[in-house]
Design a protein around this ligand. Structure first.
Ligand SMILES: CCCCC/C=C/C(=O)SCCNC(=O)CCNC(=O)[C@H](O)C(C)(C)COP(=O)(O)OP(=O)(O)OC[C@H]1O[C@@H](n2cnc3c(N)ncnc32)[C@H](O)[C@@H]1OP(=O)(O)O
Length: 300
């Protein structure tokens, strides 16, 4: 059975992309961009453009934990598409507006107690975000200012360069096994590409969440800096990357990343069907239930 899920109906119906950001952000001049340039975005994604530098800072703000819900994924995709299509921008910095959290990863509530059609639509959006970030023509730098498990780690790994704030609470890794679920092959591929086969084998099976010093040592991030220097470091790194002619850098990036992306592109529908089958299993739903309860109990 061919799946015919797509983002479009949800996306277009739910969102008014590029509406000015409500509240304080509305019309606020973007940091470092002079007084003429305004922030823009959507409810969950704040974009601070710096046209002079050719850079936009994309701040994720889906409180409390920037979990990647379908609506949030959709807004991220719209922002990314918009930036990609605007010749003003050559690079983006992805960071978080939620204190202490980069992203808690995929939204468990999109996978728990949902019907197969919803799960399929959700998974397609997850695939879409990964492909867009991973294959972006823009330089993508992750300014990781918080914890970044599972899907949050995948988003980080899909950037061209990762700067992590030096706070022992800001662990990063693919911890899916701790939830009783399995990182899909393309999550695994990106981790293997980043830290090597043996380190990935251990990290994936044991669901490692690396604190900053270990993350740097294993190579899951490129740099660890004091928390108040994450953004400025991301900016300086961006300047280095933007010193390279775009066409040469983009073709090289494509050369390196395309084979990994192609593995998914060649079997996207099958991957969606696998996900839906897997996540719909009673045993997996039970694991998710237990994990969600644990998260709740942690509070009480
Ligand atoms: C084939 C299947 C493949 C699937 C691949 C899966 C990839 C994934 O990304 S799965 C998600 C993995 N994520 C995690 O394991 C992180 C879970 N969350 C946490 O560990 C913590 O919430 C935290 C460390 C990120 C933040 O801790 P804290 O600041 O103490 O906040 P709370 O734990 O109290 O959380 C607040 C609120 O948010 C809910 N929540 C947290 N994470 C998620 C999530 N990933 N999805 C949905 N909801 C999440 C949490 O339950 C709390 O809700 P309320 O109790 O209703 O306030």
């Amino acid at each position: 059975m061919a799946l015919t899920v797509g983002l479009r109906p949800l996306t277009r119906a739910l969102l008014r992309p590029w509406a000015r950001v409500p509240g304080a952000a509305l019309g606020r001049p973007a940091a470092g961009s002079g007084d003429g340039v305004r922030c823009f975005g959507s409810p969950r994604v704040l974009v601070e453009p710096d046209p002079a530098a050719g850079v936009a800072v994309m701040k994720m703000r889906n409180p409390p934990v920037n979990s990647l819900s379908l609506e949030f994924l959709t807004e991220l995709l719209i922002s990314l598409e918009k930036l990609e299509n605007d010749k003003t921008f050559r690079g983006i910095i992805i960071t978080s507006d939620c204190p202490g959290i980069f992203s808690a990863g995929l939204d468990l509530l999109e996978m728990y107690g949902r019907d197969p059609a919803h799960c399929a639509e959700y998974w397609k959006a997850v695939q879409e975000l990964w492909l867009r970030v991973y294959l972006s023509n823009l330089v993508v730098i992750g300014a990781i200012n918080g914890i970044s498990p599972a899907g949050g780690c995948l988003l980080s790994l899909s950037c061209d360069y990762r700067v992590l704030a030096n706070n022992p609470k800001y662990a990063i890794g693919l911890n899916e096994t701790l939830l009783g679920i399995i990182a899909p092959f393309w999550f695994k591929d990106v981790l293997v590409n980043t830290i090597g086969h043996r380190a990935a084998e251990r990290a994936l099976q044991l669901g490692f969440l690396f604190p900053p010093s270990d993350a740097l040592q294993v190579g899951i991030v490129d740099q660890v800096v004091p928390e108040d220097q994450v953004q400025s470091t991301a900016r300086s790194v961006m300047a280095q990357w933007l010193a390279i002619p775009d066409h040469a850098r983009q073709l090289t990036k494509n050369l390196v990343r395309k084979p990994t992306a192609d593995r998914l592109l060649q079997q996207r529908d099958a991957d969606i069907q696998n996900f839906v089958r897997f996540i719909s299993r009673d045993s997996i739903q039970k694991s998710l239930h237990v994990y969600l309860e644990k998260l709740k109990q942690k509070k009480g």
